[in-house]
Design a binder for this molecule. Sequence first.
Ligand code: PDD
Length: 290
Amino acid sequence: MTTRINFKGEIGQDAFISVLDHGFLFGDSVYEVVVTQNGVPCFMKGHLKRLRNSAAGLTMEIPWSDESIVEQIMRTIKDAGNAESYVRIIVTRGVGELDIDPTSCSNPELIVLVTELKPYPLSSYEKGINVALVSVKRNSRDTVNPGIKTGNYLNNVLAKVESNRMGAQDALMLNHQGHLTECTTSNFFFVVEGRILTPSLDCGILAGITRDVLLQVAQENGVLVEQGEWPPESLSKADEAFITGTVKKVMPVTHLDGRSIGNGQPGPVTRRMMRLYDEALEEEGKSSSG
Ligand code: PDD
């Protein structure tokens, strides 16, 4: 496994950032995770747009053009030389006063971290995973909006810790209104009588790029996906469930709090969406534009 980190345009095996960077001091940073398919970083337009939206949500300016960010990404991927790459693009607020006010930080930093893409075990896809409904709530939209992908994931860290304690592979969080939202690093879907249901963006979730691609391919293939607000009790009617994320892709969820969802196996709708997403990814890997 080769890891390469690009910091200030210099590529090395590691990088060191000042402890006075507000990204370190306050989690005042934004980031994206991208993976490659056939060496091509996928869905770059969507990821770069979200990176800029996240930065705007924190009133942080990104002074680099998309082209120059992509150039740094491609240089770093090439230098790492892995078959397929995991790419983390981080923009921090930069160095400033030892004070929460970001106006003292005038130079944001761009960090591109590339390492070998390690897919999740095949068994997660063949058998599905167990997800726990946790007591930690997703941040409400009038705190740090979950639609902003910041470097402060502490709420999700706490949710993950709770799901670890419950022996589950991930945590499903509710919002403060008691509606389903998402998992710690993925979006959530469930299937009732052949219809796919997923929490709407209004519930306070990250607008996942994988979620977007899935909604698009579902529409192109005549599969109904309903976005809305659902209490956790609606999961008792679920025949299937799955989560989506850049690294996980489409992963079946076959157990909730250790109890089977449907027959406890990845179901036909989930399998179809896994296949449709894989095809979209394969197609993406043929282009270089993103
Ligand atoms: N996480 N929800 C949350 C809270 C996430 O952190 C992520 C992504 C997603 C899925 O978004 P996407 O499909 O764009 O990957 C949903 C990335 C993979 C991470 O932080 O590692």
